[in-house]
Design a protein around this ligand. Structure first.
Ligand SMILES: [Zn+2]
Length: 301
């Protein structure tokens, strides 16, 4: 499943062909993806200029001149492809195999820039919804989301406050979208590894004892919280940078966006030697809250 850096890479790949361009014609080739399309889905897109393409957690948000926002989610297997009429080559280099089957091209935006933006999704867990910008804050899909991990409000104090009275593991807390938005299994494993923190540690230990007593109102951060925020920033920024260079350096005829080669330090490395200098431990895997956790029991405490 695409995580925040992949979605951000998709956003950066689509920006040049969508932002400032008009949707000359929108096509929805089925009645539904994960959810049915709104009845006026195509009508609210046709002829609209995309004034901006943003991201919130793992949602892409295209602002339209009409005051509507087109919300797009890639689901499990969704991908975008840009077909440029003059030049069939468009940027993108990919890690996961994407569907090449044109039968799964479900949505197409024909842009005034001359490019066609195609959404392909074999499993159809992706979805699109048009929301009036003024109703965005009340939108159920977005309302419960916590801070953006790379936004200015997300820091050690905020993370400690959200974790101060949690009885869950640190890993479960980080996967909770109300604590921090857009982090998934892979980058949570990577961040905990780099911060040398055990995925099994109690989330509340990110706050000082006094902070835990005061609950969410308190939550003075421990050094662990500071280390973890630094690690979250580092893994995400590094992955976004890798995605960015895949957009710049590689041109692929399929033009699919956002699934780039990226090597992880601990994720998917069960049985391999820990990469932490001087550790000598072996990476282990176990199932935690239904997901695979990869970690080094020797240096993650
Ligand atoms: Zn280790």
């Amino acid at each position: 499943m695409p995580e925040l850096p992949e979605v951000e890479t998709v956003r950066r790949g689509l920006q040049p062909v969508m932002e400032g361009a008009r949707i000359v014609k929108a096509e929805a080739r089925r009645k539904d993806l994960r959810f049915p399309f709104q009845k006026d889905f195509v009508a609210r897109l046709d002829g609209q200029t995309v004034t901006g393409l943003g991201r919130r957690a793992k949602y892409l948000l295209a602002d339209l001149a009409s005051g509507d926002v087109l919300l797009m989610h890639l689901g499990m297997s969704g991908s975008f492809r840009v077909i440029n009429h003059e030049d069939k080559k468009t940027p993108g280099k990919f890690h996961h195999p994407r569907s090449e089957d044109r039968a799964h091209d479900h949505v197409v935006f024909h842009m005034s820039s001359g490019a066609a933006v195609v959404f392909n999704d074999p499993r159809r867990f992706g979805y699109m919804k048009i929301i009036a910008r003024k109703a965005l804050e009340e939108e159920p899909l977005l309302r419960g989301l916590g801070p953006e991990p790379l936004g200015s409000e997300f820091d050690a104090a905020m993370l400690a406050r959200s974790c101060a009275n949690r009885k869950t593991s640190l890993k479960a807390a980080l996967l909770d979208q109300r604590v921090v938005a857009g982090l998934g299994n892979i980058y949570v494993c990577e961040a905990l590894y780099r911060a040398h923190l055990s995925p099994l540690r109690l989330a509340a230990t990110l706050a000082t004892k006094a902070g835990q007593r005061k609950g969410v109102a308190g939550g003075e951060p421990t050094d662990h919280a500071r280390r973890l925020v630094t690690a979250i920033h580092a893994v995400l920024n590094q992955a976004i940078k890798a995605g960015g260079s895949s957009l710049r350096d590689h041109r692929q005829t399929t033009g699919e966006l956002g699934y780039f080669q990226h090597s992880f330090q601990v994720y998917d490395r069960e049985g391999e030697k820990c990469q932490t200098a001087g550790c000598g431990g072996i990476v282990k895997r176990f199932t935690q809250n239904g997901r695979s956790t990869f970690w080094c029991p020797k240096c993650q405490k």
